[in-house]
Design a protein around this ligand. Structure first.
Ligand code: DAK
Length: 265
């Protein structure tokens, strides 16, 4: 992996741990962080040794405290639009990464930070994590997908409550409303994220990647079209070695050994 100035990337047993590293600014997303996240996710998607990604923030206080307000404050209309497009493209890259991406939320996940966590597949939060979309208090609306992803994740009513009031909610409330899937003690956060990825990596990476695609695309469709898409994805599994190995192992009463190869030899 390349060297980055605002990201730390470590690889452990097929899992890339990407840490956004601007702790003095509570890991706020400036243009450099967005550019580097974009480049890093291109590299991670193309790197066959990487099977899953954990995304977290540096320090104990913040995952990401939002888009960088200092940088944004001076933007004109054109710069604001370019910044929005940059952020939206990065978040789409995270969402569409063919590998599972787990957010390990270690503190504030506000504005763009909450939106970045929502672009990940699964959110695991430390007990100290706090979530919110404070944009209306800055005279803007969430612009990195917050109005869309939050409503899809937790429902329109709860999304409107959070966005209109700019309320900041703690980890337990985030768990209750379905914004996060697990809450852990702060010192156990990375281990819990690793434990989830480890369980995923035991399964067929081909099937997991196809399931991600089916869920992400299917939720945007009506049920008849979504079912058709699922059938297409289901059929695609039968091109893979993993399908052959998974079913053969079941019949032979042994544990499967998945190659992750898409096309049968
Ligand atoms: N940007 C830049 N710097 C930030 C920051 C941010 N979002 N959040 C914190 N910092 C900096 C602080 O300025 C401070 O820097 P120094 O003064 O030490 O130089 C340092 O981090 C520590 O923060 P505090 O001193 O404020 O720490 P506290 O514990 O007192 O408070 C806090 C923590 C998280 C409650 C507070 O820092 C805070 O309220 N931060 C801002 C949170 C926020 O409003 N976030 C949402 C930002 S809006 C767009 C698309 C998307 C977006 C925008 C546009 N387009 C369509 C164009 C997204 C918008 C957002 O994310």
């Amino acid at each position: 992996m390349s060297d980055y100035t605002t990201l730390l990337i470590a690889e452990e047993a097929g899992v890339a741990i990407v840490t956004i590293n601007r702790p003095k600014a509570l890991n706020a997303l400036n243009s450099t962080v967005l550019d580097e996240l974009s480049a890093a996710f291109d590299e991670l998607a193309a790197n066959d040794a990487v099977k899953a990604v954990i995304l977290t923030g540096s320090g104990e206080k913040a995952f990401v405290a939002g888009a960088d307000i200092t940088e944004m404050k001076e933007m004109n209309v054109v710069e604001g639009k370019l910044f929005a497009e940059k952020g939206q493209n990065v978040f789409l890259k995270v969402e569409q990464c063919p590998k599972p991406v787990i957010a390990a939320v270690n503190g504030f996940a506000l504005g763009g930070g909450c939106e970045l966590a929502m672009a990940c597949d699964i959110r695991i939060a430390s007990e100290t994590a706090k979530f919110g979309q404070p944009e209306v208090g800055l005279g803007i609306v969430p612009g990195f997908g917050g109005t869309q992803r939050l409503a899809r994740l937790i429902g329109r009513g709860m999304a409107k409550l959070l966005i209109y009031t700019a309320d900041i909610i703690d980890a337990q409330e985030s768990l209750r409303v379905g914004l996060v899937q697990k809450v852990t003690a702060p010192e156990g956060l990375l281990d819990e994220a690793k434990s989830v990825t480890k369980r995923i990596l035991k399964k067929s990476s081909v099937a997991v990647s196809l399931a991600k695609d089916a869920i992400n695309r299917g939720v945007e469709m009506d049920i008849p079209n979504a079912m058709q898409y699922e059938a297409y994805i289901f059929g695609t599994c039968f091109a893979s070695e993993d399908q052959q190995e998974g079913m053969t192992a079941f019949v032979e009463k042994r544990k499967p050994s998945f190659s992750g190869r898409f096309v049968k030899k």
